[in-house]
Design a protein around this ligand. Sequence first.
Ligand SMILES: Nc1nc2c(CCNCC3CCCCC3)c3[nH]c(NCCc4ccccc4)nc3cc2c(=O)[nH]1
Ligand SMILES: [Zn+2]
Length: 372
Amino acid sequence: MSTFSFDLAATDGRARTGTIHTPRGDIRTPAFMPVGTAATVKAMLPESVAATGADILLGNTYHLMLRPTAERIDRLGGLHRFMNWDKPILTDSGGFQVMSLAALRKLTEKGVTFKSHIDGSRHEITPERSMEIQKLLGSDIVMCFDECPALPADKARIAESMQLSMRWAERSRDAFGDRPGHALFGIQQGGLEEDLRAESAEALTGIGFDGYAVGGLAVGEGQEAMFGCLDFAPEQLPQDKPRYLMGVGKPDDIVGAVARGIDMMDCVLPSRSGRTGQVFTRHGVLNIKNARHQDDPRPIDDACTCPACSNYSRAYLHHVFRSQEMISSMLLTWHNLHYFQQLMAGMRGAIAAGTFDAWQAEFHANRAGGDI
Ligand SMILES: Nc1nc2c(CCNCC3CCCCC3)c3[nH]c(NCCc4ccccc4)nc3cc2c(=O)[nH]1
Ligand SMILES: [Zn+2]
C-alpha cells in the first residue's frame, strides 16, 4: 500500500490500540519510538533495534542538518539507506533541539537563526527549510516546525508562542505539499491551558494533518501537571488520527499517557540512561554501578528474554560498566529498549483484550518498592 493510514482496532476506556500503515511498514500502537540521534541508535546495530520490537525510530533534523547535512544524506540515497534502517522513520522539525542545544539563537516570525554547537557556523531554520530538510532525509513522518515555550511561563506568553506555532504549522503544510505515502503531523501547543490547547487543536484540525502531536509537555512541569493536561488535550484532537506525545518518558509516564489516549511516544531515556548504568525492570529501576551488584550471579530480570538477561549476570554487567567497556552500553541499551517495547506490547494486548485496568494495577503493584 503506497498510502499512509491509521486503523483503530480497539479501545479500553480512553486507551486505544491499532496500526499505522506506511509504505515502509506497519507501526503497532501504542508505540514507543527509540531515538536515533545522529543516524544511529547509540550502541545498537539497526537489526538489534528491530529485534527489540521497534517498528519505527526517530531521526534528528537538527543534528543531521549540521553534520553531515541533509543534502549529503540525500545524495547518498536518504536516511534509511544511510543508516541501514528500512522501516519507518519519524523526524522532528528541529525547533525543539535548536532551543535546547544551539547557541546564540534568535527567534523571529520567519524562523530561528542560531550558531551550530558543533563548529559555531550560523544557520537558519524556517518552516520551509525544515520541510526541505525532512524531505531530503526521506522521513516517512514529518513534524511541523513549531516553538515549544519553556515552562513556567505566563499565559500571555504561552498564547503568543502557540499562535506563532499555528502560523508556522500553516507554512509547514504549504511547504510540505502533496507527498503520497509520507505523513505530516501537526503539533498542539498551549502549555497547561485547556482553552489555549483547544484553540490550537481547532487551528490544526482546520489546516488538516495526517496525525497530531501533543507538544509543549515534558518540559519540567512534572508528572501530575502533565497528566492533568493529558486529561483533556488528546481528546481535543481528531479521534481517527494518531496522537503523538513528544519526549515521553519514564515507564509510568508512558503508561499514564496511553491510559489518557496517546498512541505514540519517543524518549532518549532508555538509551541515554542505559549508558549511565540505569536499568529499567518491571519491578522498578536499578543502577548497575552500585557495589551491591558486584557478586550477584542473577540476571537483571529473570523474566526478560533480552541478550543481557539471557546470558549475563549482574556481577558481569557491574564489572563491564565499571571498566567502561563498550559491551556495557550495548547490553544495557538493548535491555532497556527491549523492556520499553515489552511494556508497549503488554499494553497493546491488554487494551485489545479489554483488561487494561487490571494490567495497569499489576504494573503498579510490581513496582511497589522491594529490593530489585
Ligand atoms: N517539535 C517538538 N519537539 C518536542 C520534543 C522533542 C521530542 N523528541 C525529539 C527527538 C529527536 C531526535 C533527538 C532526540 C529528541 C520534546 N521533548 C520533550 N521532553 C523531553 C524531556 C526529556 C526526557 C528525557 C531526557 C531528556 C529530556 N518535550 C518536547 C516537546 C516538543 C515540542 O513541543 N515540539
Ligand atoms: Zn533484559
